[in-house]
Write a protein that binds this ligand. Sequence first.
Ligand code: HEM
Ligand SMILES: *[C@@H]1O[C@H](CO)[C@@H](O)[C@H](O)[C@H]1NC(C)=O
Length: 522
Amino acid sequence: MSISLYLLLGATFVISAWALKLSSERKSASSVSKLPVPPGASFLFGHEKTVFYEQPGRAFRNWIEKCGLTYRIKAAFGAPDIVVLGDPMGIEYLTQKRIYDYHHSRVVRPRVGRFLGRGLGWVEGEDEHKRMKRLINPSLSAETLRTMAPDVRDAASRVLNDMSQVLEANNGAIKNVDVLHWTARAALNVVGRIAFLYDFEGGHGEDAENILHGRRRGVTPMARYTGFIFLMLLRRFPILNDLPIPAIQAQAIARLTIQNGVAREMIRRNKDFVDKHSKDLLSALLIAYSENRISLEELNEQISTFVMAGHEATTLTLGFTLWELAHNQEVQNRLREEIANWPGEPTYDDYVSGLPYLDAVLNETLRKYPGLAYMERVATKEDSIPLKEPITLTDGRVVNSVEVAPGQTILVPIIAIQRLDSVWTDGDTWRPERWLGDRNPTEKMWPGYANLLVFGSNGPRTCIGAKLAIFVYKIVLSGLVTRFRFEGTGEELALGIASSLQPWLKDKTEMGPQIPVHMYAL
Ligand code: HEM
Ligand SMILES: *[C@@H]1O[C@H](CO)[C@@H](O)[C@H](O)[C@H]1NC(C)=O
């Protein structure tokens, strides 16, 4: 679709949008219209163009400094104002007490459906969500992971061994390698093995190649200008979700590859001899299916959800870590030393709490590079969100809550919060040492893992795969730094958002996500 067509579409609807907005504002008893608002909104694009064109989170950080942790921004094309909620108590209330009253927005939910499937991450409604969670939780618990540790190690080694071989064939050095190539194969190979009893052949089998290739096509940036206009129109007119627009349909390629291929194969091979005692996810789903507790359709949607969610954020978190290690040789050496000095193989529990420097490297990477940069929810009911930090409304009143009406969009600027200089001093600097003593560790900040929001907030809809992700991350990273050394290439990253936080290269964004490093055998 051409730019002019987008604009035409936009213009056609904008007028009715404004009329709608005026009528809804008159009705509501919400206090949103009196929240502080940062300067600089444009008539047509509100504040959203600034959000889009700055580095992820940068605009929200600047506005937090001006307006405090909770404020509103103007939306593009006259859509109703968006509440930006950074207040820890407000976030805790919304995500823990009232999460079932706040749904994924009309933009986010179809996107989750396209990327992952209509599974646990997509479902709305307390009963359905709890039912799915009960089904899946046991397969991802610490207890289960403990018993699966040898398989995790083995599936990770397969990929590390492949890497060693490639290095050997290249005299121990490979320049300018995109490490995501390897971290993706490691993460996918592990999740295939332990959750689905499926061998992705070190991530180099045909299935794995198709999934990873499809995924890359879904997260390549749209051209800057059309990309912005398009995203804003999508927010305004969700019907665009259903049109055959290439940039939208590309988000479904990897999921469809799974649902039409790998998932069917997984089901075919395993459905007749499910081991009732087996703790893996596929067996849990197949048992539920054989007992008519879930449909064939749901079985398929859950499989694609967990193959996709199960590898992609872990892939990127490992990639960002290697990027930082390549640019911080002292950290790399210290990490390597801690792991190399461990007697024997660390167990699951050793990985959880026995290797403090590795843990600090993890927490610091999760802080600086949250896969989900902005969390967006929409109120389905009238509500009063309590705040820790009082706000001064535009009429001068100082209040401790925000009153919202049904339909109100609320955005939690995760990446901005996790990099605030007022909290972290040097928020953009990647410095694992900050986790080891020079900060008060009991200080409660945001209500999630490591006092961050990187896995969402602790509550019903927190990331169900966090324990698995951390375990896989630590095993794979330990293997990587004890076998290889990483150096920077002189390239610069330009972070972007294509549903998740992506490492694009400065001036070469069209190449899609990349983490270039030089890699040497030790
Ligand atoms: C570093 C890795 C990971 C990060 C940063 C991450 C982050 C997140 C975040 C922020 C959410 C909340 C989304 C929201 O509220 O809108 C979430 C939910 C979810 N994650 Fe993860 N995740 C990771 C790894 C995994 C893994 C390994 C799996 C699967 C094995 C997984 C499966 C899911 C699912 C199914 C949900 C939806 C949960 C629900 O709505 O109840 N994630 N994740
Ligand atoms: C990292 O975060 C986890 C989860 O909150 C915490 O238990 C751990 O102590 C943190 N690690 C370090 C080194 O601070």
